[in-house]
Design a protein around this ligand. Structure first.
Ligand code: MN
Length: 328
């Protein structure tokens, strides 16, 4: 997915930690481009908290009924310095990229694209004759790459067989990293975790956490009570480092996404679809995309035009920390 805001605010991440209380992050609604665009609920970057571990972008969308709602159609656009993580609750999305990858994903499968030095991709709902459902809901996340790996060669991975942990009342599918010894094969570049947790109606359970990580729980479907705090659909509860486990509870059945990682202590610039070290890195990436430079390549078989980058702000983009208070 792309950040299609026409005037994307400069957002940036990095730094060490201060506040260490659980904190409820409420989403803002953002159109994914155009007047008929699909709207997503964005919880990261948030005003006060830009990252959770290396996770720096969280969009949650749906449920949409495609008999009436606009399908997903994100034209070719570039990325640098990050990984895109595509995860569905319902529906199908077709990914194409400039390495020649073409991959449909279904619920329970991971599409992971490591942009590194540069890649272009499109994401769209398949044409009506190739759809198996009219439902669409899911999440799109980005993981910032640390300096040492920021320019790795781009690559794409599809994971259809991810480990599942089940205990009474709780089922967790490990998307990235590991939970309680069950590990995903997905490539990671900093210590982090991502898991889709189903809580049965009227049940509760505990999930072990890595105490050196900070975490957050996003309610994707149904309200979920996290360590005694209610999290409504689309909201995310931030959990500071130091916790050995977390309790999840639901009245109706619920799906939640657990993300976490080692607090990201680098300062980075995040602008439009790029993560970079500084202003000049972002300017260079933007210029090369607009010139359709070979750095990004082309998505050959997408039926339509590529997305232009918005204008840069007049001021220089500043590399910033992982929370607002650490950004100055
Ligand atoms: Mn994208």
């Amino acid at each position: 997915m792309s950040n299609l805001e026409t005037r994307p605010a400069e957002t940036a991440c990095g730094g060490a930690s201060v506040a260490e209380e659980p904190e409820l992050l409420t989403p803002r609604e953002v159109p994914l481009g155009g007047p008929r665009a699909m709207t997503v609920r964005r919880t990261l970057p948030h005003r006060e908290r830009r990252m959770v571990g290396a996770w720096c972008f969280v969009d949650h969308y749906g449920p949409h009924d495609l008999t009436t709602a606009t399908p997903m159609d994100v034209p070719p656009h570039p990325h640098t310095g990050l990984q895109t993580v595509s995860w569905l609750l319902e529906g199908e999305v077709l990914h194409r990229d400039s390495l020649g990858s073409r991959q449909m994903i279904a619920p329970g499968q991971l599409n992971l694209m490591t942009a590194g030095h540069g890649i272009a991709h499109s994401e769209e709902t398949p044409v009506p004759e190739r759809r198996t459902t009219q439902a669409l809901s899911g999440v799109q996340l980005w993981v910032a790459l640390p300096e040492a790996s920021r320019s790795v060669p781009p690559h794409f991975e599809h994971h259809a067989d991810l480990p599942v942990l089940a205990s009474e009342g709780l089922r967790a599918q490990v998307v990235m990293g590991s939970v309680d010894g069950a590990a995903s094969d997905a490539a990671t570049y900093s210590p982090l975790v991502g898991a889709d947790v189903t809580v049965d109606a009227g049940s509760s359970g505990r999930l072990p956490l890595e105490p050196s990580f900070e975490h957050a729980v996003l309610a994707m479907d149904g309200d979920v009570v996290v360590d005694g705090r209610r999290v409504g659909i689309g909201e995310m509860l931030y959990l500071p480092p130091g916790l050995r486990d977390v309790s999840l509870e639901a009245e109706g059945s619920a799906r939640a996404l657990l993300i976490g990682g080692e607090p990201f202590d680098e300062h980075i610039v995040m602008w439009w679809n790029f993560v970079g070290t500084d202003h000049d890195a972002i300017v260079a990436a933007r210029e090369m995309w607009e010139a359709q430079d070979a750095r990004f390549g082309t998505v050959d078989d997408y039926d339509g035009r590529w997305l232009h980058a918005p204008a840069l702000p007049n001021s220089r983009l500043k590399a910033r920390g992982r929370t607002r208070s650490q950004s100055r």
